[in-house]
Design a protein around this ligand. Sequence first.
Ligand code: MLT
Length: 443
Amino acid sequence: MYINENFIKLPQSYLFSTVAAKLKEYRAKHPDADLIRMDIGDVTLPIAPCVVEAMHRAVDDMASAETFHGYGPEQGYPFLREAIATTDYQNRGIDISADDIFISDGAKSDLGNLGNIYSKKSIIGVADPGYPVYVDSSVMDGRGGELLPDGRWSRILYMDCLPENGFKPAVPERGVDVLFLCSPCNPTGTVFTRDELTRWVEYARRNKTLIIYDSAYEAFVQDPEIPRSIYEIEGAKEVAIEVRSFSKTAGFTGLRCGYTVVPKELKGYDREGNEYPLHQLWNRRQSTKFNGASYIIQRGAEALYTPEGREAIKKNIDIYLSNARYIRQAMEKAGFEVFGGENSPYVWVKRRGEEDSWKLFEKILHEAEVSSTPGIGFGECGAGYIRLTGFNSPENTHKAMERVSKIKFDDASEATENFTAFNDVKNIKAIDVLDDLTEKLGL
Ligand code: MLT
């Protein structure tokens, strides 16, 4: 048996596994550490009561022959597909139907698995920095080429995202076959405007490019002018697959459920130029390799579409966003350069003069017992940055920022004074929002 040698070309560990291993090592050396996690985007608030009740009822269904559910449809149960189509699309004026939707066990799996339906020779385009699954899974499938000394892959087109372009990729001059776009962006927290997204759709139509639109964080968009779905853009159904998740929206990181929209209008081509609906290919792939998400979890997800479910989602998002806002303001006052955190749970942070993400990660870990994700793990353009998340509790977020503000950097005294002044001003909006929410929710 010969192995898939693409695996040996890959760096040995996945970004978040490397971070987890470093934290484990830190804990082993410092057993009393009061570590505050702001690294992986894992949520901390519990599942909404209406979801828990729906899952309890679904467990009871399993206990009786009349209501027992065995294998479900590989595409997902109609009750959930209908609820998604109506609430997330049709009620917002977007023409997506239930049978365009495939229920999944989360966005990450589908983002990797979609590689089954396009050619191994496809040229991939990614924003740098970007969610590492896009590049790693492309490399596993043999689409990376060779790893170059600068840490990039020879066959992948990287679109640099830097402060100069507002961390937004420019439409490339050449065509690519498959383009991964993410808005709100993981890790930088930036969002595409309607005009920008329109330019991407036009590019894809011109070049027969497939856009894989990672929309896992759409629920964090607060600005009504910012599109939450790529299908808000005319013509997008002919070029884009949209991937979404209940993980960050509704606390499903441990339950595992998301969905992927593959509109029936979307086509791919064979070498002779004949068209094939990607919906059909994805359906074939899912029927063969996936037995559907769990019935119990899908019943839980369905409850998110009730009025109680909508309310619960909004409450969670408000808390995470106010944490992100707080981080943003606090880090800025503590002397960091800060981006994102407005329509996103992620805050993208840099210390002027520090170009080594892992060094910054280590310093903050050792001196403040706060974990972050090193920006370099998201791509070369992430060098020097770290990503912080708003997914911890308001108390921990507050505590983490206070500790970080006390770290001695070369320019530290000024930063600490700034933060202290900021912390003392009780009319700062982020703090008020946090206090208010904390009180309301009895946290
Ligand atoms: C992240 O922190 O970027 C995400 O939580 C990772 C994931 O969703 O797999």
